[in-house]
Write a protein that binds this ligand. Structure first.
Ligand code: F6R
Length: 632
């Protein structure tokens, strides 16, 4: 039955790494088969964040398993226009950095659209590019990523099914999403050269890879009708295309979103809640108003057979929703509510809020943070990374000028400090785009964010000593790409956990953070708690873990296990808490594809959760923060 919804075959993996290894193996097999046949293997390649792990694995296969690329010819999908190949952001540089410099491919077999031509010459080049692909025998295997708007290559929504390699406009959303590669949006080229949809469709085999936050567009491309408005949906008409997804990117497919529609399932309380909540939202009815007829008409007849009347099921789900709402995130003291999301005792509790960046605590759970403190718990915040990369050069320049002015005003004659400041000023005035900051500038940027985080803690009311700056080493690369979790990160985190022995820890449960930082931060806490548990510490048996979502998404309403309501006054107080992070206001370097500021996103998200609860027939609050309990 899955087939009737999914019109493109999909392979689903627990993580992007595993999906990438699968794709790399298929490529390796093809290259080896072609070697046996003594012919060339023509690969179509993509850039962007999606294929980075694939290229890593291809390099590993070359280094460790002797995979040769001597018989490989490559054609890249696209390139910005205009751009010089030696620029850091060019796809030419990207491909060499991630793949070509590390394998034995013959440089004359590498083809990447040339972004350094006049417009007329570029148009001629596009015709030649099509010809070169044909002369090579056509593409044997094409790798694709997918844009949030459904683009493949740079074929933006509206691109014709007949389009060929050409000069094209970049969609504004694409420019915003790719601004992370440039200093800011204005530096992102407006044009690009891209293979057309018909060029891509001619490939003999296509693998489209997508991870994490691409879930909504993946579901559209795979399950909805073919439309040029979602270019990837056109791949439904290719007879040898597979989508390689991680579990998150697959999560909006009907088989996961509404599994009762795709076959027989086990009706656990969680599944019943999901089905009923979806039904109520779809029909725009409160849960308690759903009828047998509604269930039958919407593919949930089987649930009635298993569980009885709509009335009974509605009540069960209504109670689950009602019991997830509490104004007492640390548990309600002196009360024994059996279905309360948290225990009343011990009271007060020791709590650690793990905040990947110095502002995730206030942005994502500011209302709960304040309540926990106001209700008498001992709240600590662990700022996991310095967040230094997200401070602009303009912002740090202001602080350096202040420090220089301060020294001058009070005739402070500190040679060392003057030297550092002078060096920092001269570095910033000649800094090239994409050049990594010096260690000193990174430290100053980190200090700025530290000051903002401390100010937020004071604003909430925490006394000195309750904030902990972990400066986890995995983050300190000076670039967007981070190192994987390391032993030192785990050691630092285990020490903090052991020194506080919390009853509750809150973590950012983002498995799909665009830069991976939140995910690594979460893995570090998981691993630390797992080790502490294995080593037999008693306190950890009594430590509950709650996950909030970072700045990008919210939990699915049906999955929420603790919802903390906020009054309009509390919403405003939270907003002012977020405003303290001045280095992150107005425009920040890594905003992702959402142009709203962090406080706006947080408010929209919290108001939306409250409206969904209200739509389901529960009390209407102004806003709500949402958590899922993690059993480790
Ligand atoms: C890259 C390309 C684009 C990307 C897409 C996804 O050569 O043509 O279609 O595949 O924009 O980008 P990431 O992978 O950065 O999310």
């Amino acid at each position: 039955m899955v087939d009737s919804f999914e019109k493109i075959p999909v392979e689903i993996f627990p993580s992007p790494q595993e999906g990438s290894v699968y794709a790399a193996n298929e490529i390796a097999q093809l290259i080896r088969q072609k070697q046996k046949e003594n012919t060339v293997c023509v690969l179509g390649l993509a850039t962007g964040s999606t294929p980075i792990n694939l290229y890593k694995e291809m390099v590993r296969l070359h280094n460790e398993e002797g995979l040769s690329f001597k018989n490989v010819i490559t054609f890249n999908l696209d390139e910005y226009f205009p751009i010089k190949r030696e620029e850091f952001q060019s796809y030419w540089s990207f491909m060499h950095r991630h793949l070509f410099d590390h394998i034995d491919i013959d440089p004359k077999n590498i083809h990447i659209p040339n972004g350094d031509l006049s417009k007329d010459a570029a148009k001629k080049f596009c015709i030649e590019y099509e010809q070169m692909i044909q002369d090579a025998g056509g593409i044997d295997l094409q790798i694709l990523g997918i844009g949030n708007n459904g683009h493949i290559g740079f074929n933006e929504p509206g691109s014709s099914i007949f389009s060929k390699t050409r000069l094209t406009n970049l969609d504004n959303n694409t420019r915003i999403a790719n601004a992370r590669e440039f200093q800011n949006i204005t530096k992102v080229p407006r044009l690009a050269l891209t293979m057309g949809i018909s060029t891509i469709m001619k490939a003999k085999r296509i693998l489209l890879m997508a991870w994490g936050f691409k879930a909504p567009v993946v579901a559209k491309a795979v399950e909805e009708h073919v439309t040029e408005q979602v270019p990837a949906s056109i791949l439904q008409q290719h007879d040898n295309c597979t989508f390689i997804l991680d579990e998150l990117a697959a999560s909006e497919l009907t088989r996961f979103k509404s599994p009762w529609l795709t076959g027989e399932i086990e009706w656990t309380p969680k599944m019943i809640k999901r089905a009923v909540v979806n039904l109520a939202l779809k029909l725009d009815k409160p849960v308690l108003s759903l009828t047998n007829h509604d269930y039958n008409e919407n593919g949930l007849g089987e649930l009635l057979v298993e569980e009885g009347e709509a009335y009974e099921i509605n009540l069960k789900v209504f109670y689950l929703l009602r019991d997830s709402i509490t104004g007492w995130p640390g548990g309600k003291p002196a009360s024994q509510l059996p279905a309360h999301p948290e225990r009343s005792l011990p009271y007060p509790k020791r709590v650690i809020i793990f905040s990947p960046h110095p502002d995730d605590d206030i942005i994502s759970m500011g209302g709960t943070f304040m309540r926990l403190h106001d209700q008498g718990h001992e709240v600590h915040v662990a700022y996991q990374t310095s967040g230094n990369i997200a401070v602009t050069d303009e912002f740090v320049t202001r602080f350096i000028e202040f420090a220089v002015g301060f020294e001058g005003m009070f005739n402070i004659d500190n040679e060392k400090s003057s030297e550092i400041l002078a060096e920092a000023q001269s570095f910033l005035s000649t800094k090239a785009p994409q050049e990594s900051d010096t260690a000193e500038i990174r430290a100053i940027k980190g200090l700025i964010r530290r000051g903002e985080a401390k100010a937020t803690c004071r604003y909430v009311g925490l006394p000195e000593g309750r904030w902990h700056f972990q400066n986890l080493p995995f983050y300190e690369t000076g670039t967007i790409e981070k190192k994987p979790m390391g032993e030192e990160d785990i050691k630092i985190t285990m020490e903090l956990l052991r020194s506080i022995k919390p009853h509750q820890v809150y973590c950012a449960g983002d498995l799909a953070d665009p830069h991976g930082t939140h995910k690594v931060c979460l893995d570090i806490v998981f691993e630390s708690l797992k080790r502490i548990k294995a080593e037999g510490d008693e306190w950890v048996k009594d430590c509950w873990m709650w996950l909030y979502k970072g700045a990008w998404q919210e939990w699915d309403i049906a999955d929420i296990e603790m919802a903390i309501p906020m009054s309009p006054g509390q919403v405003l107080k939270k907003r002012h808490g977020i405003f303290i992070h001045q280095s992150q206001k107005d425009s920040v370097p890594f905003q992702g594809s959402d142009s709203r500021e962090f406080w706006e996103r947080a408010e929209d998200r919290n108001a939306n959760t409250a409206s969904l609860y209200a739509a389901l027939g529960l009390t209407r609050y102004a806003a709500m923060e949402a958590f899922v309990r993690w059993h480790y």
